[in-house]
Design a protein around this ligand. Structure first.
Ligand code: 13P
Length: 249
């Protein structure tokens, strides 16, 4: 059995006052069964304070990106080591918004995954097709190629997480159907099994894209869905805790 992971990606949202949301999620988790891992990835500016606020709870804190190298002349960038130093435990890499806004290639993402391992962070590696790729029947080819390019060979023997986030379902309110999610997640599990024999059944595969309390129970019940990567609905403690509750019920 893979322990589910319910992860929130706050994207470019979160000021100091939002530490109350971190505290509310941490407190709320104490009242729910300890049967899933839980994570919030706030913006870099909040990681240290959020990690402190969540210190005595089961809530983990992570980051939304990292640089490939540990330190040096890279103005404006943040390394995996810095995230770990601030109290982060996970890092999201290859989110479609970074692939689109910053032109990140699969090779860059693979190097970021290596950076995460180097710093002792768990990488959450995102893949997902655009609407035009889905409509032209390329979904599985796109996912296969992203997985092949974004997961380095050194992931063998390491703990990592894969997140399937169809680009057309992110922030749009359009959710992939249970059949669509099942098809892609089954394929991801198969690909992981071929590439990392004996390890595929230890890798959580998350679904992300307009997950909310109302649709979480059916999405989280799909085979090979081991949790969620949640954007908008992770900004409200009650909504996020309801999704967590669905993962442990
Ligand atoms: P939404 O849940 O807002 O659609 O965002 C999903 C996402 O991109 C999480 O990484």
């Amino acid at each position: 059995m893979i322990r589910p992971l319910i992860a929130g990606n706050w994207k470019m949202n979160g000021l100091e006052a939002w530490l109350e949301v971190i505290e509310a999620i941490g407190d709320g988790l104490n009242k729910q069964p300890d049967a899933a891992d839980c994570l919030i990835c706030p913006p870099f500016t909040m990681i240290a304070a959020a990690a402190k606020a969540a210190d005595k709870t089961r809530l983990n804190i992570g980051a939304q990106d990292c640089h490939t190298v540990a330190n040096g002349a890279h103005t404006g960038d943040i390394s995996a080591e810095m995230i770990a130093d601030a109290g982060g435990k996970y890092v999201i890499v290859g989110h479609s918004e970074r692939r689109a806004d910053h032109g990140e290639s699969d090779a860059t993402i693979a190097a970021k995954v290596e950076a995460a391992f180097r710093a002792g962070l768990t990488p959450i590696i995102c893949v997902g097709e655009t609407l035009s790729e889905r409509e032209s029947g390329e979904t599985i080819a796109v996912i296969s190629s992203q997985l092949a390019g974004s997961i380095p060979a050194s992931a063998f023997g390491q703990h990592f997480v894969v997140a399937y986030e169809p680009v057309w379902a992110i922030g749009t309110g359009k959710v992939a159907s249970v059949e669509q999610v099942e098809e892609v997640h089954d394929k991801i599990r198969e690909i992981l099994g071929e590439r990392f024999p004996g390890q595929a059944n230890e890798t959580p595969i998350l679904y992300g894209g307009s997950m909310k309390p109302s649709n979480a129970p059916e999405l989280l019940a799909v085979g090979n869905v081991n949790g969620g990567l949640i954007g908008g609905a992770s900004l409200k403690a009650d909504d996020f805790l309801s999704i967590y509750a669905a993962s442990v019920s």
